[in-house]
Design a protein around this ligand. Structure first.
Ligand SMILES: C[S@@+](CC[C@H](N)C(=O)[O-])C[C@H]1O[C@@H](n2cnc3c(N)ncnc32)[C@H](O)[C@@H]1O
Length: 377
């Protein structure tokens, strides 16, 4: 397919009605939509794509824009919940009436107490958040409206205080990651920052109409799985033509603890969990390469012969003696994929790219690479 400059401009504008769903909730270290979109514009009709580290589902949304079926796996419940919403088409009124029903009829259980919660949320707002949390977490299987409501609340759960209309439920916090409780309380106290009283239903209404507008691309087939891509198996009902992904950069293993507040909303603990159980191992380069290699091997078993693998990767210079290219080459040895090219990804333009989150001591960005491999036939 011929790539049109005008289409790429739309993709770069997060506020464009066609791509607003992709920004439903920020996710630490997401890659830009243009990356998987450019790659997939070379796909043939009927091709399918898989992302074993799907994060917030950027590959899946790029596939949707191009009418391609897509699958994704992530071990972080926050990533899973956001990515699931990327595949959904729904009328706003279904989400809004679900929210209204929950706020009117559900008794919240487990309202957390303590300094953090007192400072983080207005008490009425916290009760409403807990009503939605209790309801969603009491269900074994969520409907489309429930998946969307969950993703929208995740997106507004924390963020900056606004002067006029509240767009976030919390006291001042970054949107991309949750600051730790002690740090947050100290920050709020020192600045006498008070949590806003938010009209939850109007915020959800506003967000749902904004995101689920008439210019969203048609729904495509696909599935997002909460799992460990080193061993996930037997869950896909087709073989893939493409794998497009960005593994955690070597040294970056805090995805779950950095999202602890969103994880709490999804039914997790009200304390920060530092165990990072299902994340790739980062304690040594050898352990990391071995784990990454398991992911490539596992992906190979789920792909058609001749399938293409496209990887964006980097490493924190402070943590690694090897370059990202060396680590990736090692991980791809003897696992069915033949490495064809590796080149530099270029300077990041988006502040949420992994390389922007971790500038080195000289203030320079981490070098990122794009690699291309083919599955042996
Ligand atoms: C760089 S992020 C991917 C970001 C994604 N490209 C996006 O745009 O949102 C890497 C992801 O790998 C996930 N991850 C780490 N270890 C994993 C594992 N063993 N199985 C599945 N996902 C894993 C992390 O939770 C994180 O979401």
């Amino acid at each position: 397919m011929q790539l049109k400059e005008a289409d790429l401009k739309i993709l770069e504008n997060k506020m464009h009605p066609r791509v607003r769903l992709n920004a439903i909730c920020p996710y630490f270290t997401m890659f830009p939509l243009t990356f998987p979109y450019r790659v997939l514009s070379n796909a043939k009709k009927g091709d399918t794509v898989y992302d074993p580290f799907c994060g917030r589902g950027t590959t899946n949304y790029a596939a949707r824009l191009l009418g391609i079926s897509s699958y994704g796996v992530d071990s972080n419940p926050v990533a899973y919940a956001i990515a699931q919403s990327k595949l959904i088409s729904i009328k706003p009124k279904e989400v809004i009436s679900l929210c209204q029903d929950i706020l009117e009829n559900i008794d919240p259980n487990d309202i957390p107490i303590g300094e953090f919660w007192k400072w983080a949320y207005n008490s009425d707002t916290l009760i409403e958040v807990c009503k939605i949390r209790s309801f969603l977490n009491s269900k074994k299987r969520l409907t489309k409206a429930e998946v969307v409501l969950r993703a929208i609340v995740l997106g507004v759960l924390h963020g900056p205080l606004m002067k006029e209309q509240s767009s976030y439920l919390s006291n001042q916090m970054p949107r991309t990651f949750s600051t730790k409780p002690d740090y947050s309380v100290k920050y709020w106290k020192e600045r006498s920052l008070v949590p806003p009283k938010v009209d939850m239903l109007s915020l959800i209404k506003r967000k749902t109409h904004y995101i689920f507008n008439e210019q969203l691309p048609e729904k495509v087939a696909g599935k997002i799985i909460l799992g460990d891509s080193r061993k996930v198996n037997g869950v896909f009902n087709e073989k893939f033509d493409w794998v497009i992904t960005s593994p955690p950069y070597y040294g970056m293993s805090t995805y779950e603890q950095d999202q602890w507040l969103r994880n709490w909303f999804l039914g997790g603990s009200e304390k920060v969990d530092y165990s990072n159980k299902a994340q790739l191992k980062h304690w040594s380069e050898k352990a990391f390469v071995k784990d990454l290699s398991l992911v490539w091997k596992n992906a190979a078993t789920n792909c058609k012969p001749g399938a293409k693998l496209v990887v964006r990767f980097g490493a924190l210079p402070s943590k690694s003696d090897k370059t990202p290219s060396e680590l990736l080459k090692d991980s791809l040895a003897d696992c069915g994929w033949k490495l064809r090219t590796i080149h530099k990804a270029g300077k990041p333009v988006d502040s949420k790219r992994q390389s922007n989150q971790f500038k080195n001591s000289a203030g320079k960005y981490i070098e990122e690479i794009d690699a291309f491999a083919i599955l042996n036939s």
